[in-house]
Structure formats: structure tokens, C-alpha cells
Ligand binder design. Structure first.
Ligand code: AMP
Ligand code: MG
Length: 350
């Protein structure tokens, strides 16, 4: 049985009302939510699985030093066990439990972007179980900027291995309802907060490469990281959204149930092509959903992307036609990375 605890009272806004403005109803709701988080922390420390909100997407967490618990995370998600997990910490100083090699660049990035949507891949300490890192000699570490997550980890008093709280392959969860749809009955506790503020996963930067290499783009861009360390940070080949090179391999990740096509090109032509493909398909009885974000409103596109995919599935779409975003290196690029994977690299140029 999965326990679902409402922790929406731990939103930054409600915390401000409680702690700064001392509003009695805010204080009371916050304290009630804190008790639920404390209960979840006991479950986590005892080897249970706890889903929690972060500013990026919801995570499914286990004590990173409890191998049995970590194995249960892979099982609950149906995830291949060679895919490494990000380890989440509550305080930057906890990093010493995971790595013993910190460079000045790593410290600068932590100082600038933690808590926040940045994951650093670091040389792993031997004590970090290899089941967490998929057998790699490195470990991915992040300090999320979300009060419920931070409080959970602080009280459980352990680093928390936590991939996104969705079934492997399906769109990442940005609302509690998404998590419940995928994982109810498979985890011990779900901490149900509100909508995730960022909406796409953290930027993953490999700090063991020279120059540091972005493995997964996010809302923190290469330029932003580069400015913080006053040195180059590059986008690695894995982040570009290009199809995997092995021939015939149709790899779909973050994917809706519907078939999906991305239309790329000059904006007016994209719109016209979407309309054309839509009406052709509707004529033969295919239910079509359209995913078209405003150009330039990239932050909003990131925030809404996964929720829109899930909503189109819920509406029973057979085919999703998406308009590509043209940005090549910022937040729009990070959204495109997900869009291309969701569509299994099924793209038409117009
Ligand atoms: P998720 O588990 O859905 O949050 O995704 C975690 C991402 O971090 C995946 O893309 C992993 O491949 C990546 N990752 C985790 N650990 C490492 C690592 N040690 N080296 C490289 N990438 C990693
Ligand atoms: Mg994931």
C-alpha cells in the first residue's frame, strides 16, 4: 500500500507566509506537512522507497547506501540496471560521502548553482555502491532546490539515489498525479507537492572531462556554467538530440503512448505542415494532438512539456504532431533534446 501525503504547504510561498508573515493558517499547514515529511524520512532511512517533488521533476528515492533499496527503485520503474542514478544530498558538505576529489571548478559550480537544477558527475568514492552508478567509476550528484526534498533528506540523514518517478520510458512526472498514475502500489510513500517549477530534468555536467562536458542539457546552459568557472564548458555529443548511431535502433525515452512526429523548419511552414498532416490524419479517423510552443517562451515550454505529453495521452491522442523549437544552445535546445527522444527521432523537415 502506497501512502500519499500532501506536502503542498511546503511551497516557497506558503513557507514565506508561515515564517516571515507568521500567518497562523500557514504555520499550521506547514507544521502538518513537516510531520508527514518526517514520517517519510523514517520510511526512507529504514530502506523504503519515497517519491518526492523537486524543482525539476518528481524523484523516486532510496537510501543510496542501501543496495537492496536501490534495487527496488530499478524494479519499481522497470528500469535497466545499467542506467545510473543521480544521488541527491541536502547540504553541499554531504558531497564528501560520495567523492573525495573536489576541484576548484566543482566547488565554484556548487557555490553558484546549488541548491538548483545542476547535476555534477564526479569521481566516485569506493563506498558508493556500484548498483547506484551502473558500475561506473563516477557518481552523479545534485542538491535540489525544493523545501520538501531538502527536509526529507536532512531528516533521513543519508544521500538519496533518485531517478525520475515515472515508469521507465514514459514522460517524466511534473505533477503528483503523474506519479500516482505510474507508481501507485509500487512505492511506500508519495510526497505530493504542486507542479514542478522547472519541468525538465537537471543539466548533467561531467566534471571528470576536460573541458567539462554537458551530458544532458537543462535550464542551466553551457554559457551559464562557463561564466561561473571562467573556463570552457561544452555540449557533449549525447546532449545534441541527434539519433543514436546504431542502425535500426528505434530508441524512445520520455515517450507518450501516442505516435509522435516533430516538424522542423521555418515557423510559418511548420505551422502549415502541422495543419496539413493533421487534416490528412483526421480524415482517416486518427485522433491528432498538436504540441506547439511559442518561440522564445522557452522557460514556459520546459515547464509544460511533459505535462502536455501526458495530457494529450489522457485525451486519447493517437498521433502527436510537435513543432520544433529553433534555439540551438539554450533552454529551447534542452526542450528539443527531450522532444526528439519522445518522438523516437521521428522528424520531418519543411
Ligand atoms: P534520471 O535517473 O531519469 O534522473 O536520469 C539520470 C541521468 O543522469 C541519466 O541520463 C543518467 O545517464 C545520468 N547519469 C547518472 N549518473 C551518471 C554518471 N555517473 N555518469 C554519467 N551520467 C550519469
Ligand atoms: Mg528519467
Amino acid at each position: 500500500m502506497t501512502k500519499i501525503y500532501d506536502v503542498t504547504a511546503l511551497s516557497p510561498e506558503n513557507i514565506r507566509r508561515a515564517q516571515t508573515l507568521r500567518e497562523p493558517d500557514a504555520i499550521e499547514s506547514m507544521e502538518r506537512a513537516m510531520k508527514r515529511v518526517a514520517e517519510a524520512a523514517r520510511v526512507l532511512a529504514a530502506g523504503g522507497l519515497v517519491v518526492f517533488p523537486t524543482e525539476t521533476v518528481y524523484g523516486i528515492g532510496a537510501n543510496a547506501f542501501d543496495e537492496t533499496a536501490v534495487r527496488r527503485v530499478y524494479a519499481a520503474k522497470g528500469r535497466p540496471s545499467d542506467n545510473p542514478m543521480i544521488v541527491h544530498i541536502a547540504r553541499a558538505s554531504d558531497i564528501g560521502q560520495l567523492t573525495q576529489m573536489l576541484s576548484p571548478q566543482m566547488v565554484k559550480l556548487a557555490d553558484n548553482f546549488w541548491p538548483g537544477p545542476l547535476t555534477m558527475v564526479l569521481p566516485k568514492k569506493r563506498s558508493v555502491p556500484s548498483v547506484v552508478t551502473g558500475g561506473l567509476a563516477t557518481v552523479a550528484v545534485r542538491l535540489p532546490d525544493e523545501p520538501a526534498a531538502m527536509e526529507l533528506m536532512r531528516l533521513a540523514d543519508c544521500p538519496v539515489a533518485a531517478p525520475s518517478a515515472n515508469l521507465s520510458g514514459s514522460p517524466s512526472p511534473t505533477e503528483a498525479g503523474h506519479v500516482i498514475a505510474d507508481l501507485d502500489g509500487k512505492v511506500d510513500v508519495i510526497l505530493a507537492g504542486g507542479r514542478c517549477r522547472v519541468g525538465i530534468e537537471s543539466t548533467v555536467v561531467d566534471m571528470t572531462a576536460t573541458p567539462p562536458e554537458i551530458l544532458r542539457p537543462g535550464i542551466l546552459t553551457a554559457d551559464m556554467l562557463s561564466a561561473a568557472i571562467d573556463a570552457d564548458v561544452v555540449y557533449g555529443s549525447r546532449s545534441t538530440g541527434a539519433a543514436p548511431r546504431s542502425p535500426g535502433m528505434k530508441y524512445r525515452h520520455y515517450a507518450p503512448k501516442a505516435e509522435m512526429i516533430v516538424v522542423e523548419g521555418q515557423r510559418d511552414r511548420v505551422k502549415a505542415e502541422i495543419e496539413r498532416v493533421k487534416s490528412l490524419n483526421e480524415r482517416i479517423g486518427v485522433k491528432v494532438g498538436v504540441l506547439l510552443f511559442d518561440e522564445q517562451a522557452y522557460i514556459e515550454a520546459a515547464h509544460d512539456f511533459y505535462a502536455r505529453l501526458r495530457a494529450l495521452d489522457a485525451e486519447g491522442a493517437d498521433l502527436i504532431i510537435a513543432g520544433a523549437l529553433s534555439e540551438k544552445d539554450g533552454v529551447g535546445f534542452a526542450v528539443m533534446n527531450r522532444m526528439m527522444k519522445s518522438a523516437g527521432y521521428n522528424i520531418v523537415h519543411v
